[in-house]
Ligand binder design. Structure first.
Ligand SMILES: Cc1cc2nc3c(=O)[nH]c(=O)nc-3n(C[C@H](O)[C@H](O)[C@H](O)COP(=O)(O)O)c2cc1C
Length: 169
């Protein structure tokens, strides 16, 4: 089974959760492609980051491979920014190829958790517009991404689902 983890992380929380998933998947002998999204020009101002997220900006990414057609499952991840997801992920999805009928999962990390429902719904709609099938979605606490017990609990349904698919494939 081949899985891509496509994610953006500004301050490291989402990256930590992705690393946890990657380690768990490798333990299960899954072939994992690690695709960390980087912006050509990283915006550092909180206000500007919020404005860019709210206005659905799609800033250019550094050398991203947009084709996800070769994967059995694509996992997307981003922090919640201003009640939505980060612009880097939007940039990726705008250009992504191979999402039609693709199995996908996604998660966010959040602070206060304000706006997570909106962010989850927005990404679900965007993925469905592109014909993708969503198998798992959740927003998790960014502050708890150092806690492996918490991460295990949050990702249990996703990991169980992947294990079941490996048996049937
Ligand atoms: C620009 C900006 C906007 C944010 N907006 C929200 C928000 O609307 N709701 C929320 O729960 N957390 C918000 N946060 C907190 C982040 O979602 C949280 O700290 C996340 O875990 C950061 O992930 P990262 O370390 O991978 O960048 C925001 C953080 C930043 C920098």
């Amino acid at each position: 089974m081949k899985i891509a983890i496509v994610f953006y992380s500004f301050s490291g929380n989402t990256g930590k959760a992705c690393q946890f998933l990657k380690d768990k998947l490798i333990e299960k002998k899954v072939d994992v492609d690690w695709r960390e999204l980087k912006l050509e020009k990283e915006e550092k101002s909180f206000i500007k980051q919020c404005l860019d997220a709210r206005s659905k900006k799609t800033p250019p990414l550094l050398s991203a491979d947009y084709d996800v057609s070769s994967y059995d499952l694509v996992i997307f991840a981003s922090p919640v920014w201003a009640f939505t997801f980060a612009p880097a992920l939007r940039s990726f999805l705008n250009n992504a190829a191979g999402l039609n009928d693709k199995k996908t999962a996604y998660f966010f990390t959040h602070g206060s958790s304000a706006g997570t429902k909106n962010a989850l719904n927005e990404l679900e709609s965007l993925l469905k517009e592109k014909g993708a099938r969503v198998q798992f979605s959740r927003s998790i606490s960014g502050a708890k991404t150092k806690d492996n017990t918490y991460l295990q609990e949050q990702f249990k349904p996703l990991l169980e689902n992947i294990a079941a698919q490996m048996i049937t494939d």
